[in-house]
Design a binder for this molecule. Structure first.
Ligand SMILES: C[S@@+](CC[C@H](N)C(=O)[O-])C[C@H]1O[C@@H](n2cnc3c(N)ncnc32)[C@H](O)[C@@H]1O
Length: 441
């Protein structure tokens, strides 16, 4: 293994420039923006680097908004995405749909009329969804929820793809006029949410704009003869049947970072709007199926400790600072996170072709001023389950992450950027050497 090579390698530079913002301008990707997505150019790059062709199966075990399956499908490859959050799985699946744009026009007026008339929404009095719930702040005006519900009801009799394309536009439009925006780990109310008072008309306008974009993309970026699918799955349970007995050639994935970010929380409005969950109990059950990268739910205690020296010493370091942790379950979360990833990497090893590759995008984390070298630990764990480490490239050093622990670390390190994002590349076939690029300290 070589280490200490230049952080400015051409590849690392290229990858560092890519971000979720790229998806805002790209056909189909732009149908629903999630800021945790990575750039499609990273996937393009991995496909090129590994010389995948049309016969190859490309997968993503944490597919989020579907960047990997969509990019793979646009390359003409076979694609499978796995995602535990049913709303995000819906987004990914919908981005792969195709229909003749004019068929949307046939049903659109009915949906607009129904939204204009409105229907009572079951969410109006639920939690903070609207002013009718009695809270001091609310996510949507009751008007918007009723327009949404009217539009949604009008899609009930329709079949896929039209139904899902229209539903994705309805959810997107509701979020466009939401009083809160996604900010780090939570939903933050816009400072001017009361003055803005976005209502039914704004909702209808943005809905139609979204539908128009979809129609343009269906025309200009058609997808035909696809061999691509998205499954709502907990990737810790991935088995051969999920791949229909096939083996994958390339897996590109970005598991949740070890930063206590709870995707079920941040996408809670969409989960309820789209009727993917209908109660807090349902939300909790979903949360229990997610990778243990957060402390929001009381999951089973991890048991595994054999995850390498680096893991053990990092955990011991964190435990020494137990008094400064903002939650006493953090050490357990760290252990559970790596245990889960070991399981996923082990499953993937079983499902890989002879010359397969796995590209993983991750970030390091810090708690109580102690850095967890997540990338290096994952590299270690991957090797333990039979992968060969090809490369670990740091793509960028992060200047700020939300949370007190970063501020502390930031101060301690004389304001030097410290946390980093990396791409770890595993292969199943031996090759000359492994490289680690850009890890400092
Ligand atoms: C960093 S995001 C991936 C974003 C994705 N690369 C994209 O471009 O949209 C991580 C995803 O992992 C999903 N996830 C969390 N736990 C999971 C599990 N046990 N199985 C499958 N997916 C899971 C989250 O819901 C989230 O969508």
């Amino acid at each position: 293994m070589q280490s200490g090579m230049s952080a400015n390698s051409k590849d690392a530079e290229y990858l560092a420039t890519s971000s979720a913002l790229d998806t805002l301008l790209l056909p189909r990707h732009r149908w629903y923006f999630i800021k945790e997505a990575f750039s499609p150019s990273l996937v393009d790059y991995a496909i090129k680097d590994t010389q995948c062709d049309k016969n190859d199966l490309i997968i993503d075990a944490f597919c989020g908004s579907g960047t990997v399956p969509l990019t793979a499908a646009l390359h003409g490859c076979k694609a499978l995405g796995f995602e535990v959050n049913p709303f995000l799985a819906f987004v990914s699946r919908t981005k792969l749909l195709q229909c003749k744009p004019y068929t949307i026009d046939k049903y659109l007026p009915e949906v607009i009329n129904a939204a204009t008339t409105g229907t009572p929404s079951p969410l109006a009095t639920f939690s903070t969804f609207s002013e009718a719930g009695g809270a001091q702040k609310w996510l949507f005006s009751k008007d918007v929820l009723e327009a949404f519900e009217g539009g949604w009801k009008a899609t009930v009799g329709l079949s896929t793809p039209i139904r899902d394309l229209l539903r994705l536009s309805l959810i997107g439009a509701a979020m466009d006029v939401c009083n809160a925006v996604k900010d780090g780990k939570c939903l933050r109310y816009r400072s001017d949410w009361q003055e803005r008072s976005l209502g039914k008309q704004e909702f209808l306008d943005t809905f139609q704009k979204r539908v128009s974009e979809i129609k343009v993309d269906l025309e200009q970026c058609p997808m035909r003869n696809l061999d691509a699918n998205i499954l709502v799955t907990d990737s810790r349970n991935l088995r051969s049947k999920e791949l229909n007995g096939r083996k994958f050639r390339l897996c590109v994935m970005s598991p949740p970072y070890l930063n206590s970010f709870d995707y079920t929380d941040i996408y809670r409005p969409e989960l309820f709007l789209g009727k993917f969950v209908s109660s807090n109990k349902g939300l909790k059950e979903l949360r229990l199926r997610t990778l243990r990268s957060h402390v929001q739910v009381d999951w089973e205690k991890p048991k595994q400790m054999d995850m390498g020296q680096l893991f053990s010493s990092s955990l011991a370091d964190i435990e020494k600072h137990a008094d400064s942790l903002w939650n006493d379950r953090i050490p357990s979360m760290i252990q559970a996170y790596f245990q889960d990833l070991k399981l996923v990497l082990g499953n993937l090893r079983e499902l890989a072709q002879e010359n397969a590759n796995v590209w993983i995008v991750v970030s390091t984390s810090a708690y109580a001023g102690v850095e967890i070298p997540v990338d290096l630990i994952i590299a270690d764990i991957g090797v333990q389950v039979g992968w060969l480490l090809r490369e670990l490239k740091v793509t960028r050093y992060l200047r700020r992450v939300p949370g007190q622990q970063w501020e502390t670390l930031y101060e301690k390190k004389n304001k030097q950027p410290h946390l980093r994002e990396s791409v770890i590349i595993f292969g199943s076939k031996p090759q000359a050497k492994s490289t680690i690029i850009g890890v400092q300290g």
